[in-house]
Design a protein around this ligand. Structure first.
Ligand code: ADP
Ligand code: MG
Length: 314
């Protein structure tokens, strides 16, 4: 039965890349190395009941399991190449696996990622993906922010968080942001040599900004009115204060949050253009370690909850 499942996966995800020397089927995959490049590896686990729900569309779960890993590669400025898929299933449910692989394969094809192996075992439902990719010099680390840097984000913020907290009210566009996050791979690559520090937004703008600033003990000033907002979110949440609270604390957008030297505004906007990804400057890195949230009238907003620990059941 397990062999049958693996065979279904292999058939749906045939190797496409020239540098996949040996994919699914042997004891291990063989992958061609690249001279003068660094191999970049990321892995993330989605546990049923914690990171996704049993009645979620399995195709969305398959997409998301790969997307969160590709988003980590994006935040390193890496180019993805391969993935491994470890499935733990309560029973050999071929319908579930077919749908899961459908979503996985759809995103993999968009970024020329080959599925080259994995493991299939019995147990409580969970999905682990490992993504491998390449980076030349200048990987985007988390810990190189400098006082005076501009703080920027890609895309729009708060869409996935709104869909997560208000599943009944969220419109289809916002739900899609939650179910089918788009890893910002081309922007990540375009930011190499420009951005000082970068991270992908999984936990929320403030929580992830904290990851960028804590190592260097800097703080930040954020201009609340600059937080990029989709038309769909603005339509649902007209109250600005409420919207800012959500945008700062809700996770799951998988946008990139990064800092750049203040004199790099032009190359950043060029990188945004080259990668066809919207980028917005939302603030500045400061010497003093606190984070100040500035309303347009100059007054400070305080935050009700810092960071967004989603799925607090674990
Ligand atoms: P082994 O006993 O050597 O680990 P397996 O039966 O676990 O062999 O796997 C056989 C082949 O199928 C290996 O190439 C493995 O990488 C691949 N494989 C197993 N499960 C998966 C999966 N869920 N997704 C992709 N490849 C898989
Ligand atoms: Mg195995």
């Amino acid at each position: 039965m397990e062999f049958d499942l693996i065979e279904r996966i292999r058939q749906r995800c045939p190797a496409q890349r020239g540098d996949t020397l040996l994919g699914i089927g042997d004891d291990a995959a063989l992958l061609a190395s690249r001279p003068r490049s660094q191999l970049v590896a990321a892995t993330d686990t989605l546990v049923s009941g914690v990171h996704f729900l049993a009645d979620d569309d399995p195709a969305d779960t398959g997409w998301k399991a790969l997307a969160v890993n590709l988003s980590d590669l994006a935040a390193m400025g890496a180019e993805p190449a391969w993935a491994l898929l470890n499935l733990t299933l309560p029973h050999a449910d071929s319908d579930f696996v077919d749908q899961l692989i459908e979503g996985f394969a759809e995103l993999a094809a968009q970024h020329q990622v080959d599925l080259v192996g994995g493991d299939t075992t019995r147990g409580p439902l969970s999905i682990t993906v490992t993504a491998l990719g390449w980076c030349g010099d200048g990987a985007l680390n988390r810990d190189r922010a400098r006082a005076g840097d501009l703080i920027a984000v890609s895309g729009t913020i708060g869409d996935a968080g709104y869909a997560y907290t208000r599943p009944d009210a969220a419109d289809p566009q916002l739900r899609r942001r939650l179910c089918r996050p788009q890893p910002r791979l081309s922007l990540g690559r375009a930011l190499r040599g420009i951005a000082h520090a970068a991270i992908d937004i999984s936990d929320g703008v403030l929580a992830d900004l904290d990851h960028l600033l804590r190592p260097c003990r800097f703080g930040a000033e954020l201009d609340l009115a600059q937080l990029p907002t989709s038309a769909a979110l603005a339509a649902q949440l007209a109250d600005e204060e409420q919207r800012w609270q959500l945008q700062l604390s809700a996770g799951d957008d998988y946008e990139l949050l990064f800092t750049v030297p203040a004199d790099c505004q032009e190359p950043v906007m060029q990188a945004a253009k080259d990668s066809a990804t919207p980028v917005t400057i939302i603030g500045r890195v400061t010497e003093s370690p606190e984070v100040r949230l500035l309303r347009p009238d100059g007054s400070l907003m305080s935050l009700k909850e810092r960071g967004y620990v989603h799925f607090t059941t674990n």
